[in-house]
Design a protein around this ligand. Sequence first.
Ligand SMILES: [Zn+2]
Ligand SMILES: [Zn+2]
Length: 859
Amino acid sequence: MPQEEKTTLIREDRYDAQRIETKWFERWQQDASLYAAEPNSTKPKYYVLEMLPYPSGVLHMGHVRNYAIGDALARYMWMNGYNVLHPMGWDSFGLPAENAAISNNTPPREWTLHNIANMKTQMKRLGFAYDWSREVTTCLPEYYRWNQWFFLKLYEKGLAYRKKSRVNWCPQCATVLANEQVVNGCCWRHEDTLVEQRELEQWFLRTTQYAEELLRDLDKLGDWPEKVRTMQRNWIGRSEGALVDFKLDGATDSPDSTITVFTTRVDTIYGATSIQLAPQHPLVARLTKNNDPLRAQVEQLIAEQRKAKEVGDIGAIEKHGVDTHRYAVNPYNGDRVPIWVANYILMDYGTGAIMSVPAHDERDYEFARKYNLQIRIVIVPRAVDPEETSVEPVLPFTTLDGTLVNSGPFSSLECGEAIQKMSAHAEKNGFGKATVTYRLKDWGISRQRYWGTPIPMLYCEKDGIVPVPEKDLPVILPENVDITLTGGSPLGRVPEFVNVTCPKCGGPARRETDTMDTFVDSSWYFYRYTDARNDRAPFDSKTVAYWFPIDQYIGGVEHAILHLIYSRFWTKFMRDMGLVKNDEPAERLFTQGMIIKGGAKMSKSLGNVVSPDDMVARYGADSTRMYTLFATAPDRELDWQDEGVEGIQRFLGRVYRFVARNAPVETQLAASPRAERETLQATSLQPEARQIQRKLHQTIKRVSDDFQGRWHFNTSIAAIMELVNELYVVEERVVRAPSPADIVSPSLLLDVQRNLALLLAPFAPHLAHELWEMLGEKGSLLRAPWPKYDLALAKEEEIEIPVQINGKLRGLIVVPVDSSKEVIHERALSHEKIKAAIAGKQVVKVIVVPGKLANIVVH
Ligand SMILES: [Zn+2]
Ligand SMILES: [Zn+2]
């Protein structure tokens, strides 16, 4: 045999992940259409999306896990014949770029783009199948100009507005935070920094306009995790109640002498024995105007409240109040009730005023006991015996399961009915109405920082607030700006940015120097992927209509409130603009579990961070990715073990070596047409061959079921491992057999190996492609059809086992060949005939000889 020919038959017998992965990395780089979604495709569409990262500089393992899940799914859908959209981008505005600019003296843009380049290289090295032609980078004008365009549309529709308000201020970020960004009183980015309260002029988006729909449509999101839906429900915090106007006693009848209270229990209003105002309530300022001692006491309450807000737990505040010695009149019965100011009443919840009903509210009861206020019972437990009406409730009696007493014409009504009738009564008499309030507040989007989208608004002395005309977009973020964390927005120190000509009057105007919250960027980025290079519109509506809603969205549960509420709001606003047809952005949501090491979240300070680069260098990309899917179910917390990655590498090595030894050489392949491989019948096979064929079909079924169902890729991969073990067992027998082809035909062996490569493709794509080529396949594995299983072939072989009672044959059971003692035991006792025969007798013991018989000994 000529030397040259011989070498083509020699295969590398060591699994060299670096060699294989570099080879495929280069091949995939050269094929731009490989992961591209097809235009005008007749295939069904599938949009799979992982949340886009912030380009901090390097990927962490949490990213790898998130993307490994999405990538496995994308590859699976491609192999199932779908037109798949699987894009990636960068949520690239935000504070870390400014901090880096300050500490390294690098402009934020340069720092950010450098990090993006790094992370993109890492993603490619890991073999993630992204369509990079659709990459979105939110800090570039081609993207953020559309944030500005949307802002103008929101402003036109009255959904963007400016107002002075008390805001959350993070001294570390030196900027305002949205309510959603305050976690336990601290900044969401600075977990140890207490958020302060400041009074500032701010831009808001009217998210509350959609509160009801945001809440109601959660019911449509059945394929979102229940935990996320619950968090959103609580955040939106809808409560039904009534607004009731109390008049300030002795005041002239004017609107500013009306105290409107919000209550969810108007049925208890005859039990109201005081009114409690928030310290910032406008009436308080009037009542304290000529009363210095009272004003000082109120200031004290404000200070206490601010402190409690800053530590984040207003609910746990030590309740204090002061009596104003003024009275309000209960419109239902004309009762005069004292007006108090209390530190636990918040101006931004409800109306900033409540009626206090100590007998029927926990908090009011506590307060009344402390200050010795009157307690009046107006609800009693529903009497079981109608004669027995004087059941004294234990106070505070707060349930709705009661009957009204001492409530004028409403006495003897049940609470539920009373709420309806009493709200209607207020409405009819013009002193109140039924209403709904929400905990959800409008979204404050002004940030006093540099690295964000400039808000496209101007201030003219003559015309007031003037929007930048659409034709002048984008308002470009200037470069070479002096960034410091003090002295207001850095943009305010750039005269050529600030000073402009008013488009209305031609006079001098000043540009808005606040930038937008970066959550604006991520509220709609996934629409841009469908039409990422459009320079006339944010996207083409027809293209969006084809791809939306997203079929599967995957990301961290930490976005349950912020990103996932904002992006739902944005979708509804765009739908109402006529830009999109879908009501919700994503059909299904999956939240992956966190990765920890040694029992703690990975962090630099703990020194337990595992670097993806390091893992890839040691074990390869396939082993690293596959481990994140194998270690536990993807929704669970994963405790990282390097040995686990090593274990996966060993497994992939076993697969590689098996195929290296058993893949047919070219000449054999030519002699084994596919038609023959596919007509193998179970009946014509030797037991070993049948065993391997059964295992193959069982494995295909398990992996396919996992993709369709709960995504327990850990069990999918375990099943593939079992299949490989089975192959090793059979190989052993083949090697020893005098005539190997009699045990397993070469065509069956080839079939199993081809399917093994297909099954591995979503989890270990580099190796799977290599195996595919070793098996003589030419086309791309990504376009090869996902293997099908045959239930008949997957079925375990069954045998009949005789069941005896006290040694006498009494029945036969049919069980799988390899059934354990326990299975046979259980089946024997549950067999109808046997059950009848042993009824009323005592089973002393059951003797099972697996594969042979079961004998039940009875008295
Ligand atoms: Zn902060
Ligand atoms: Zn003007």
